[in-house]
Write a protein that binds this ligand. Structure first.
Ligand code: NAD
Length: 289
């Protein structure tokens, strides 16, 4: 039987509408709309599109977009100074520094300069540490989107075998912490895992986040498993994931497509994180009302 296809666009639209309504409620308490600062450095065309989409989605949710686009030759010191100004700004609840950054800048140094309370990408060592310890904090958007998709598909990770292919700080590692926090038994695979198929076949929940087209084939998937494809690969055939979708959907119980699966969730969760950061600031009284 063919798998249920999980509609990421529809789930993302629901999250965005929920955020919009909560932003409406929060605004009187804040005395202003929540603010998301975006910082775009350099002339990477894909980054420019991502930032434009994030800004548009923010405005649609009632979140004020505050955009900075410094010269591509900016020094690391000056970029960190800009981040520190945004850390101190009363109007800014979330800060997103779009990666990658130009070669003269160490991305880790810039990320470490972010106020963890405004770290809506969840990338600072503080956010990563809180997540690894199972404590509340801002969580990276893509893994959070994966958890939301599982919820929407009615898949409770508790007691299930979850296998993640990929161990990046952006996706694989934070997702392992989230699934562990949701009581799954979690295995993280990577490029040095000797028999990937053998490990993947154990999974009730299989998440592919390697950036390798058609890495996950039908023989690697257990009958009825939920398969979430984070991969986003630009090929001659267009945008494809890491999963051989057509073949795997005949084995899996539920599966996300690419595009239209995890992709739309990432922006939706960025808005949710900005709302959370604004609510936390309003509650802690660091906010001028
Ligand atoms: P990355 O390159 O930082 O990490 C890839 C990981 O996959 C590494 O841990 C590596 O060990 C593992 N890997 C690579 N080849 C492998 C193989 N043959 N077998 C097993 N493991 C292998 O990438 P990333 O930033 O985590 O992104 C992964 C994919 O997800 C990319 O395609 C990226 O474009 C996509 N992505 C999508 C979104 C979204 O919003 N949809 C967000 C972030 C990343």
């Amino acid at each position: 039987m063919s798998a249920t296809v999980i509609d990421g666009k529809a789930v993302a639209a629901e999250v965005r509408e929920r955020v919009r309504l909560d932003v409406e409620k929060l605004e009187p308490e804040l005395g202003r709309p929540p603010g998301l600062a975006t910082v775009l450095v350099g002339d990477d065309p894909a980054s420019a599109i991502y930032v434009r989409n994030k800004r548009k989605a923010s405005e649609e949710a009632g979140i004020r977009s505050i955009h900075h686009e410094p010269d591509g030759g900016i020094s690391q010191e000056d970029l960190i100074e800009l981040v520190e100004q945004l850390n101190d700004s009363e109007e800014v609840d979330g800060i997103l520094v779009q990666l990658p950054l130009p070669d003269q800048i160490d991305p880790d140094a810039v990320i470490e300069s972010l106020d963890p309370g405004k770290d809506v990408d969840g990338l600072t060592p503080t956010s990563a540490g809180l997540l690894a310890r199972g404590q509340p904090g801002l969580v990276p958007c893509t893994p959070q989107g994966v958890m939301e998709l599982l919820r929407s598909a009615g898949v409770d990770p508790a007691g299930k075998e979850a296998v993640i292919v990929g161990r990046s700080t952006l996706v694989g590692r934070p997702l392992a912490s989230l699934l562990l926090g949701a009581d799954a038994t979690v295995t993280t695979c990577h490029s040095k895992t000797p028999d990937l198929g053998e490990v993947c076949r154990r999974a009730d929940i299989l998440v592919a986040a390697a950036g390798r087209p058609a890495l996950v084939t039908a023989d690697m998937v257990r009958e009825g498993a939920t398969v979430i494809d984070v991969g986003t690969n630009r090929t001659d055939d267009g945008l494809v994931g890491d999963v051989d979708f057509e073949a795997v959907k005949e084995v899996a119980g539920a599966i996300t497509p690419v595009p239209g699966g995890v992709g739309p969730m990432t922006i939706a969760m960025l808005l949710a994180n900005t709302l959370r950061a604004a609510e936390a600031r309003a509650r802690s009284g660091t906010q001028r009302v």
